[in-house]
Design a protein around this ligand. Structure first.
Ligand code: HEC
Ligand code: HEC
Length: 87
């Protein structure tokens, strides 16, 4: 079988696609921000206190989590502050 010009272009295309995916995978992921240093965050101790202001489900919370937030927040045994440290 002869390697045609179209084959070479196809292989080149696949290689550049792989390189592009490799590039994407090396970029740092969004890192969680530390807690703001204000009274609300100094006082809040429990997860439900955090969710009173940040729960995305009742859209009445003043500062709901975005839908792009890591879904780990739903795990009740994993404290918010393990990702968002107090400074
Ligand atoms: C009284 C309401 C209230 C409580 C309770 C509260 N927060 Fe917040 N939080 C806010 C508001 C409003 C903001 C956005 C304004 C700011 O940065 O201060 C915010 C900002 C944040 C941010 C920074 C977001 C950013 O865009 O940088 C994080 C992280 C956060 N809160 C996590 C928590 C965690 C974890 C808890 C529980 C320990 C908590 N909050 C408790 C109201 C609250
Ligand atoms: C697995 C780690 C992790 C856990 C657990 C976690 N967060 Fe986050 N949080 C993040 C990351 C990462 C971002 C930044 C997301 C971005 O920039 O797109 C973030 C962003 C936020 C923000 C800014 C608004 C937003 O949605 O981007 C708030 C507020 C927040 N988190 C509150 C909380 C609260 C409250 C909890 C506990 C119920 C919690 N987080 C649990 C990793 C975590």
């Amino acid at each position: 079988m002869r390697i045609t010009r179209a084959d070479a272009i196809f292989v080149g295309f696949i290689l550049s696609l792989l390189l592009f995916l490799l590039f994407l995978s090396t970029r740092p992921r969004a890192s969680p921000s530390p807690l703001p240093r204000d009274d609300a965050h100094r006082m809040a101790r429990t997860r439900s206190e955090c969710l009173a202001c940040h729960d995305p489900e009742p859209p009445t919370a003043p500062y709901p989590l975005r839908s792009s937030h890591p879904q780990k927040w739903r795990d009740a045994t994993f404290a918010c502050t393990r990702c968002h440290p107090r400074e």
